[in-house]
Write a protein that binds this ligand. Structure first.
Ligand SMILES: Nc1nc2c(ncn2[C@@H]2O[C@H](COP(=O)(O)OP(=O)(O)OP(=O)(O)O)[C@@H](O)[C@H]2O)c(=O)[nH]1
Ligand SMILES: [Mg+2]
Length: 233
């Protein structure tokens, strides 16, 4: 394992630097404030970020891994949970996706209740049922504030044929490790049918960057940008 990095669209040209390297696009979706940014930052940046703001559009984070002697890149798309910050980007999220991570907050039942609508959005964008999908309950460190019992989440996960992981981007000592979750996914992806490297003609970062900048401009002009709410514990 080596070479972690976090980056935004502005730097994303680097993602295309080696077309032969297998790159897997993983989208991370779920309600605002469930901890998508913190989870992806923990895996790619190696620690819990000091502070986060609500994601606007999407942020890229990527990490190179060596699996069975082969270099692969996990490219995590940390998407915005707030509808107004994701509207213009949704089409891009779902293009050429190799895996989906659904995130809810174990201390906030509403975020768990929203999961069907996130699944529905995936289905609406014709995502193949064959691509790996996993369910992640975040903020397990807030033990005194649990609202989503594990057995309820497990039943939901079983119904949707997804593995369930409960974790904490902040402190994963007592729960599933963020590292292990993404490594499990990486092994699964690596073992799946041969993947095409991301094709720059179908994945033009410049266009996406333009879309993101436009979206930021619109939102910053029209509405005050809210910070992510903090932990519920
Ligand atoms: N206690 C605790 N707090 C967390 C954890 N993960 C995230 N948080 C906090 O939850 C808040 C929201 O985290 P973000 O990662 O910004 O949430 P998000 O899902 O990316 O939100 P959007 O970008 O708006 O969609 C922040 O205040 C984090 O510090 C965790 O595992 N434990
Ligand atoms: Mg975010």
């Amino acid at each position: 394992m080596n070479g972690s990095s976090t980056q935004t669209f502005a730097q994303s040209g680097a993602l295309l630097r080696d077309r032969k390297q297998k790159t897997f696009k993983i989208i991370v979706i779920g309600d605002s404030s469930v901890g998508k940014t913190c989870l992806t930052f923990r895996f790619c940046g190696g620690h819990f970020p000091d502070r986060t703001e609500a994601t606007i559009g999407v942020d890229f984070r990527e990490r190179k891994l060596k699996i069975d002697g082969e270099d692969i890149v996990l490219q995590l798309w940390d998407t915005a949970g707030q509808e107004r910050f994701r509207r213009s980007m949704v089409q891009h999220y779902y293009r050429n996706v190799h895996a989906v991570v659904f995130v809810y907050d174990v201390t906030r039942m509403a975020s768990f209740m929203s999961l069907p609508s996130w699944i529905e959005e995936c289905n609406h964008h014709s995502l193949s049922y064959n691509i790996p999908r996993i369910l992640v309950g975040n903020k397990c460190d807030c033990k005194d504030h649990l609202e989503v019992p594990t057995n309820v989440a497990q039943r939901f996960a079983d119904r949707h044929s997804m593995p369930l992981f409960e974790t904490s981007a902040k402190n994963d000592n007592d729960c599933d490790h963020v590292e292990a979750i993404f490594m499990t996914l990486a092994h699964k992806l690596k073992a799946s049918k041969p993947m095409m490297p991301i094709d720059p003609t179908q994945f033009p970062p410049e266009d996406i960057h333009r879309a993101e900048v436009m979206s930021i401009g619109r939102e910053r002009n029209g509405v005050e940008v809210q910070n992510s709410s903090s932990c519920y514990c």
